[in-house]
Design a protein around this ligand. Structure first.
Ligand code: 5GP
Ligand code: ZN
Length: 114
């Protein structure tokens, strides 16, 4: 996709603070972090959202989740717990229509709080 922000980051045409890369996945820090660790985990191939990724059924959804866990270990947040969120569709707040998991960690993420 030519006019997609995360395709451009995946192609290294737009800079990002990269934290992890595999053959088919890439991860970089969110520019507006909501937790001490806030990393976006994306497929290099363009899929609009998690539903499209799942429908592609080529193992990439598995790879994204495995990548997210590896990053959580790398960031030192796996033991205390982390949240992996795929906003899917405008009604869920998705603003960038290239599938991405938000990996959040490094603070108390229990819900509801308290
Ligand atoms: P969504 O709302 O689609 O689930 O999440 C999009 C995320 O992308 C937001 O958390 C936003 O801060 C992040 N974001 C938007 N533009 C950029 C950018 O140019 N670089 C990085 N690293 N993150 C971005
Ligand atoms: Zn894209």
């Amino acid at each position: 996709m030519t006019d997609c922000l995360f395709c451009k980051i995946a192609a290294k045409e737009i800079p990002a603070d990269l934290v992890y890369e595999t053959e088919r996945t890439l991860a970089f820090r969110d520019i507006n972090p909501q937790a001490p660790t806030h990393v976006l985990v994306v497929s290099k191939a363009h899929h609009a959202d998690a539903a499209a990724l799942a429908e592609a059924d080529d193992g990439l959804a598995d790879e994204l989740i495995k990548a997210a866990h590896a990053i959580a270990v790398q960031e030192g947040v796996a033991a205390d717990g982390y949240r992996l969120v795929f906003n899917t569709g405008p009604g869920a707040g998705q603003t960038v229509f290239h599938v991405h998991g938000h990996l959040l960690g490094g603070r108390d993420l229990r819900w509801p709080p308290g």
